[in-house]
Design a protein around this ligand. Structure first.
Ligand SMILES: Nc1ncnc2c1ncn2[C@@H]1O[C@H](COP(=O)(O)OP(=O)(O)O)[C@@H](O)[C@H]1O
Ligand SMILES: [Mg+2]
Length: 229
């Protein structure tokens, strides 16, 4: 079973007023273990597509199916729960909770899932070690570099044991060294844990390291290239 399937997804913002077409018939299937970049010029629909796949926004037409579940068939409450258990999110601007330490930020999702304290503490430690931050677990976001904050965000995304990690321009605010480090880490998690990553980017250095590159132009898939490993 594919992790992500979209069928004829379209999205028009402001339908009643001045309609802005953002997606126009996107059919995309992503299998477990992929490391796929969604690329394309600014305004081509990357964020809109990721938001719809992640159940953060609803399409105007078509459907998104995650691990066999059609998102459009879920109530708003069910969708919140579905996101919590199935999808890990990493955003461009880190989105960590400023008053919480690294380990508290990572634990937060598992607390919401109702897992026992001992379990989420251990799991958070293990995840922060995996992203190379075992010596920073008690630091708040303001005490960490952008690259370190984004590592915490990846650890947090993995904490829910998601079916896949969605990352919208995860390296947009990072320098080239932190960008390379973050990509190394994501590729390692992809290899070792078979974790599926889908990320948008317009950074050429990031595009070069993807295994599959899906190019959007004006809300449509223009190219879909698979790279040799
Ligand atoms: N909330 C919104 N309301 C109206 N138009 C939007 C909204 N979000 C995005 N758009 C428009 O939809 C199109 C696709 O945007 P987006 O998905 O953000 O593209 P990208 O992430 O590739 O830059 C653009 O024309 C953008 O201006
Ligand atoms: Mg965007």
């Amino acid at each position: 079973m594919a992790v992500i399937e979209t069928y004829g997804i379209s999205k028009i913002y402001n339908p009643g007023k001045v309609p802005v077409p953002a997606l126009n018939g996107v059919n995309l299937t992503i299998e477990k273990g992929e490391f796929t970049a969604i690329v394309g010029p600014s305004g081509s629909g990357k964020t809109t597509l990721l938001n719809i796949i992640g159940g953060l926004d609803k399409p105007t037409g078509g459907k998104a199916v995650i691990q066999g579940t059609e998102l459009g068939g879920l109530s708003d409450r069910e969708l919140v729960d579905f996101r919590l258990h199935h999808i890990g999110f990493v955003f461009q601007s880190y989105n960590l909770i400023p008053v919480l330490t690294a380990i508290e930020n990572v634990s937060f999702v598992m607390q919401m899932q109702g897992r026992p304290a001992k379990e989420y503490h251990q799991k958070s430690m293990a995840l922060l070690k995996e992203v190379g931050l075992e010596d920073k677990i008690h630091k708040r976001p303001s005490e960490l570099s952008g690259g370190q904050q984004q590592r915490v965000a990846v650890a947090r995304a993995l904490a829910s044991k998601p079916d896949f990690v969605l990352a919208d321009e995860p390296t947009a605010n990072l320098d080239s060294v932190s960008t390379a480090d973050l990509l190394d880490m994501m590729l390692e998690l992809n290899k070792i844990e078979d974790m599926t990553f889908v990320f948008s980017t317009h950074d050429q250095r990031v595009i070069e390291r993807a295994r599959r590159v899906v190019t959007l132009v004006d809300g449509k898939i223009d190219k879909d290239e698979i790279r040799a490993a």
